[in-house]
Design a protein. Structure first.
Length: 267
C-alpha cells in the first residue's frame, strides 16, 4: 500500500500517509515495541453506508457517476499490477462529490508478481473475496484466476448501485446471496463429511443460472483446476432443464434492459 500511495496519478485509493512508531520504542530493545500507527486518508462514509442509510433514491446520474468512477479506479489498480480481491461496498469510500476511493488492501496481490522472485511466487488462494461478491472461478477452487475476478465483484457492486435508483433501502440486496460455498470448494475434496447447507436462497444455485445463461454447451470448464468442483458442476448443469438460461433481469426484476445488457459484460 505504501508503494501504491506514491503513484502521482493515484486519485483512486485511500493513501497511506505515514507510519508512526509509539513513543518509548528503542530500536536496540525490541521488547519496547508495542505496535505502530498507520496514518491514512479519512473519509466519512463508504458505499455500503450510502446504499443502506440514504433517504430517498439515487438519481440515474448519481449512479452513473459512481459506477464510472469505480470503473476508472479499478482500471488504475489493474494498470499498476494490483488485484484487489475483496471489492464490495464496504471497501469503497465515497466523497460528497461522488468520487470513490478504494480501501482495505489486506487481500490484494500483484497480478503478474513482477517484482517477486520466481521461487517466491505463489499460486492464488481461494480464501479471498467476500462471499456475495466471490466470482465463480474462485468458488470452484481455481488458483489460476487473474484480475478478471475483480470485474465480477465490480459488476455485483454496480448492480447494487443501480438498484438504489429504483428501490428504497429495505429493497436493496446483493446480486448473489448465499450462506455457503460448500460443497463447491476444494475443502470438499478432502472432507467427505461436508454437506451443502440447506438455504432458501443459495449463491451456488444463482451462479448456476448465470453460468447457464451463456448456454449449457458453451460453458468452458478449463479455468477450473479442482477436479471435485469440475465434476460437481457438470452434474448440476446436466440436471438443468432450461437450456436457454436465465437473464439477469429475472434474477433482479428491478434492473432495466440496458443495465442488464451492461452487466452482462461483467458477470
Amino acid at each position: 500500500m505504501y508503494k501504491l500511495s506514491k503513484f502521482p496519478e493515484n486519485n483512486y485509493t485511500v493513501k497511506l500517509r505515514s507510519i508512526v512508531l509509539p513513543s518509548g520504542f528503542d530500536e536496540a530493545d525490541l521488547s519496547t515495541f508495542t505496535g505502530l500507527y498507520l496514518v491514512m486518508d479519512f473519509y466519512e462514509m463508504n458505499l455500503d453506508f450510502v446504499l443502506t442509510n440514504m433517504e430517498g433514491l439515487l438519481t440515474e446520474r448519481q449512479a452513473s457517476v459512481l459506477s464510472f468512477n469505480l470503473l476508472i479506479a479499478i482500471k488504475f489498480l489493474h494498470s499498476v499490477d494490483i488485484m484487489h480481491r475483496d471489492l464490495k461496498p464496504a471497501n469503497i469510500m465515497v466523497t460528497d462529490q461522488m468520487e470513490v476511493k478504494i480501501c482495505d488492501f489486506g487481500l490484494a496481490r500483484g497480478i503478474n508478481q513482477i517484482e517477486v522472485p520466481k521461487e517466491r511466487k505463489r499460486k492464488r488462494s481461494f480464501s479471498c473475496f467476500t462471499r456475495d461478491y466471490r466470482p465463480p472461478e474462485v468458488i470452484l477452487g481455481s488458483k489460476a484466476y487473474d484480475e478478471r475476478a475483480d470485474i465480477w465483484s465490480m459488476g455485483c457492486v454496480i448492480s447494487e448501485i443501480f438498484q438504489a435508483t429504483v428501490s428504497d433501502t429495505e429493497g436493496r440486496e446483493a446480486m448473489f446471496i448465499g450462506d455457503s460455498c460448500y460443497p463447491i470448494s476444494p475443502m470438499a475434496e478432502k472432507d467427505q463429511n461436508i454437506q451443502k447447507k440447506p438455504a432458501q436462497v443459495s449463491q451456488d444455485d444463482l451462479l448456476f443460472k448465470v453460468i447457464q445463461s451463456v448456454g449449457k454447451d458453451q460453458v468452458d470448464w478449463s479455468f477450473v483446476d479442482c477436479k471435485f468442483s469440475k465434476d460437481y458442476m457438470k452434474q448440476v448443469m446436466a440436471s438443468v432443464v432450461d437450456e436457454s438460461g436465465m437473464p439477469l433481469q429475472v434474477l433482479k426484476a428491478s434492473l432495466s434492459q440496458s443495465l442488464s445488457n451492461f452487466l452482462d459484460h461483467f458477470l
